[in-house]
Design a protein around this ligand. Sequence first.
Ligand SMILES: Cc1cc2nc3c(=O)[nH]c(=O)nc-3n(C[C@H](O)[C@H](O)[C@H](O)COP(=O)(O)OP(=O)(O)OC[C@H]3O[C@@H](n4cnc5c(N)ncnc54)[C@H](O)[C@@H]3O)c2cc1C
Length: 381
Amino acid sequence: MIDFELSDGDNKLINEAREQATLARKYARYYDQNENIVPPRELKEAVGRPDPFEERLKMEGQISGKAMVEALLHMEFFRGDVVPLRVPKISLGNYVLESVGTPEQIEKWGKARIAIGITEPGAGSDPSRITTTAVYDKAKDEWILNGEKIFITFAEDADAVMVFARDKRDDGQLGYTSFLVEKGTPGFSVGPQVKKMGIRAEDTAGLVFQDCRVPSLNHVKADFKAVFKVFNFSRPIVAAFGLGTSRAMLDFTLEKLAEIGISPKYQSGLSCQDAISDRLAALEAEYEAARLSVLRAKWLEDQGSAVKIEASMAKAMGGMAARRITKECMEILGNFALSEAHLAEKWFRDARISDIYEGPGEVQRLMIARSLLGYSQKELR
Ligand SMILES: Cc1cc2nc3c(=O)[nH]c(=O)nc-3n(C[C@H](O)[C@H](O)[C@H](O)COP(=O)(O)OP(=O)(O)OC[C@H]3O[C@@H](n4cnc5c(N)ncnc54)[C@H](O)[C@@H]3O)c2cc1C
């Protein structure tokens, strides 16, 4: 039976994350307005405080599950802001390395922060369209990379990038594979920070590879399947980001309504419920449904079960809930919410990303439909 009651261990970590999120919130507007400045890996308020993500790993037996608690912590941190007290030590490229890297590769780069570089100007939702090439130079036992990646998270701050590319196989066909490219490698450059609508504190830039040579050791043989398996774990986390922002928005809306003497009457029954209670009840229900879908995907992950479809469901529901909740709260709050004196307008902009990266809602729904109906990618696109 699935039991979502939180343990004392869960609550201890969640409370710490909530306190840290409150401390981080004071930086929210600064990094929103200064997009060219990448936040430090650790803000001064983090000193002397535990890292709840690391504590979780030491608390097996006291918590509901590593994966589930990870999602709950992200929800708390995003309730504060996009800027955390501590930037996570690893990124998506690390998961690729851990799942398919050789012991030698893991030994060498296991502690590096590794971004993931998949998206290109002509390849977003459909990554099979990537055109970055990798050509093997037998004489030097090196690979030569050429291509461009766009919208890469941690582009500036990461120590290395896991680059998804096409290589020429012995039979002349182009395959899919990956390379770990370290910062400072000749021929590898990082573009300026992208000016974004939301999550402006997040380090996002493009990458260029121009006759960029890497040794054979950097060839991490992650094919299409291996790279995209990582998203089974990270998609519910992206939904958790959006739900953290949504919770902040809902709480702010309730607080502002309370200041003018309005509090929702959820118990009054449909026949005498006022319009505002009806609207807020629908938003709370959507929030709760999406939150449970995230917890279900992460609970399955903790049980070692396959999570591909559940991860897509959580991502589709979380992304949509975040968009709808922040939009409707803006409407309920009125003109006042547009002022930069409050974070509401920022949360509205920030929430949009949870329905874009790691696959927009439309694409998640396609994947779910394909899986449930037994269609291939070619049959249903
Ligand atoms: C802030 C930010 C950070 C990012 N970080 C990274 C990163 O670290 N690494 C990385 O590799 N990428 C990253 N991305 C890229 C992100 O994963 C892509 O933006 C995303 O996959 C969507 O691709 P696209 O933007 O090219 O949109 P498109 O694929 O061009 O889609 C445009 C629209 O069409 C819809 N659509 C597309 N195909 C279909 C279809 N078959 N049926 C119905 N509708 C469809 C989409 O849902 C979307 O609404 C990031 C993007 C952003 C904005």
